[in-house]
Design a protein around this ligand. Sequence first.
Ligand SMILES: [Zn+2]
Ligand SMILES: [Zn+2]
Length: 94
Amino acid sequence: MRKKREQPLCAFCRNNGLPPKDYLSHVLKDDKGRVMCPVLRAYTCPRCHANGDNAHTITYCPRVQNEEREAQIPSPTTTSFAAANPLLRSLSYW
Ligand SMILES: [Zn+2]
Ligand SMILES: [Zn+2]
């Protein structure tokens, strides 16, 4: 063992409970980030309809992740609304 190298495997297939002979036969993505997994390539994201090289599950959908990030920000309050509207803020002092 001269060089330590990770066993190439497909985490997607492994997580889906496929046998080792299946998930060890390919990698999920190549070094350029293109999807290599035939199962995932055939899958179309129900959220953004990406598939093939850019395929992902809805869990990893960049669109869903953006929305979740926005959902964690507190909903616009009167304060932030007023802060963005100087006219409204000045009116509130009356
Ligand atoms: Zn796979
Ligand atoms: Zn997506």
